[in-house]
Design a binder for this molecule. Structure first.
Ligand code: PHE
Length: 340
C-alpha cells in the first residue's frame, strides 16, 4: 500500500496539463468519487490498526498534494488560455464593433445650443414634472384656458396641480424666480402633450426656449436675434417674417416663418405653395409675467421665443414623418451625423 501511495504521489506531482480538458482528466483520475484517492481511502479501512497512523498521514498528504495540484493546474490553464495567443488565430478578422451615432434630435438641439452660445446665451434646464404655477398660472394663462384641459395636458395621478410640462416656457418662470436680470439663457428640454400621434404630431417632443430680460430690451433685439439664428441654422440666404399671434405670456406675440429652404420661396408641397415655413413662437415678455416672478416690470423688459426641435429637424433634413424620430430604427438614425 505504501508503494501505491508513493507512486500516486509522484504521478500527481509530475502531472502536466496544457488545457482545461487535461485538468479535468486529472480531476477524474485522482479526485473524483471513482478516482484513485477514493480507492485508497476504501482500502485504508482494511489497514491493520497499528499501521493506520503512518499510512493515514501519507494518504492525507497525498490528498492535500492532489488538491493543491488541481487548483494550481486550474489557475495555470485559465491564465494561459486568456493571456497567450497560442490557441488563437490572430489573422482571423475580429467581431465588428458598431459605432453609434448621435440621434438627429440631439444633433439639432446641440446645433441650436451652439448658435445661441456664440451670442452669449447660457443653457439652463427645469423639471419635466411640473406644477400648474410654473407651466400656466405664472405665465398669465387664465383659469379657463383650454391648454389646462385634460385634452392637452397629462396630469399626474389625477392631481390637477401636478402635470407633465406642455412647454419649456415653465423654465422661464423658474429662472426668473431665482435670478434678477440681466438674464440671457436658453432652455432645451422634453415636453408632453395629450395629442393623437400622427406624421405631424407626437405626444412627446423637444423644445428650445429662449429668454432675454434686461433694461431696454426691444422687439428689434428679438427680431435681429431670430434672424441671426435662422441664417446660422438654415443658411445665410434665409429670410424671416414675423406674423402677429397670441400667447398669454407675451405681448405683443408673433410667429416666425423662414423662407422655404426647399423651394427657396417659389412655393412647393412642403411650404404648401406659400414659400414660407413656420418655425417658432415668440414675443415680448408680458409685464404680468415679470411681476409674477418678482422682476420689476417698470425697470426691465424682455423677449422670449420657443421652437420645436423635431420641427426644425424635419425641415432641415426633409423628414416627412415625426414618428421616425421615436422608432429607434438605426438605419434611419445613422444617416444624420454626416449630413450635419
Ligand atoms: N411656449 C410656446 C409654445 O409651446 C412657444 C413660445 C415660447 C411662444 C416663448 C412665445 C414665447 O407654443
Amino acid at each position: 500500500m505504501l508503494q501505491i501511495i508513493e507512486k500516486l504521489l509522484s504521478e500527481v506531482e509530475n502531472f502536466k496539463a496544457e488545457n482545461k480538458e487535461q485538468v479535468e482528466e486529472f480531476r477524474l483520475k485522482y479526485l473524483s468519487k471513482k478516482g484513485e484517492l477514493s480507492k485508497i481511502f476504501d482500502e485504508f479501512r482494511m489497514v491493520p490498526n497499528e499501521q493506520k497512523k503512518e499510512i493515514g498521514q501519507k494518504i492525507n498528504f497525498l490528498k492535500q498534494t492532489a488538491q493543491a495540484k488541481f487548483e494550481a493546474l486550474q489557475k495555470n490553464t485559465a491564465s494561459t488560455e486568456n493571456d497567450s495567443l497560442g490557441n488563437i488565430d490572430i489573422t482571423l478578422p475580429g467581431n465588428p464593433v458598431e459605432l453609434g451615432s448621435h440621434h438627429p434630435i440631439s444633433i439639432v438641439r446641440n446645433e441650436i445650443i451652439d448658435i445661441f452660445s456664440r451670442i452669449g446665451f447660457t443653457v439652463e434646464e427645469g423639471p419635466e414634472v411640473e406644477d400648474d404655477w410654473h407651466v400656466f398660472s405664472a405665465l398669465n394663462f387664465p383659469p379657463e384656458h383650454p391648454a389646462r384641459d385634460m385634452q392637452d395636458t397629462f396630469f399626474i395621478e389625477k392631481n390637477p396641480d401636478i402635470l407633465l410640462r406642455t412647454h419649456t416656457s415653465s423654465v422661464q418662470t423658474r429662472v426668473m424666480e431665482h435670478t434678477q436680470p440681466p438674464i440671457r439663457s436658453i432652455f432645451p428640454g422634453r415636453v408632453f402633450r395629450n395629442e393623437a400621434i400622427s406624421a405631424r404630431a407626437h405626444c412627446i417632443f423637444h423644445q428650445v426656449e429662449g429668454l432675454y430680460v434686461d433694461t431696454n430690451v426691444s422687439f428689434a433685439d428679438l427680431k435681429q436675434t431670430l434672424l441671426y439664428f435662422a441664417k446660422e441654422m438654415f443658411g445665410n440666404h434665409t429670410q424671416i417674417r414675423l406674423r402677429p399671434s397670441y400667447f398669454p405670456f407675451t405681448e405683443p406675440s408673433a410667429e416666425m416663418d423662414i423662407s422655404c429652404s426647399i423651394c427657396g420661396g417659389k412655393g412647393c408641397s412642403v411650404c404648401k405653395g406659400t414659400g414660407w415655413l413656420e418655425i417658432l413662437g415668440c414675443g415680448m415678455v408680458d409685464p404680468n409675467v415679470l411681476t409674477n416672478c418678482n422682476i420689476d416690470a417698470s425697470k426691465y423688459t424682455g423677449f422670449a421665443f420657443g421652437m420645436g426641435v423635431e420641427r426644425i429637424a424635419m425641415l432641415k433634413y426633409q423628414v416627412k414623418d415625426i414618428r421616425l424620430f421615436f422608432k429607434n430604427d438605426t438605419r434611419f438614425l445613422k444617416q444624420f451625423e454626416a449630413a450635419k
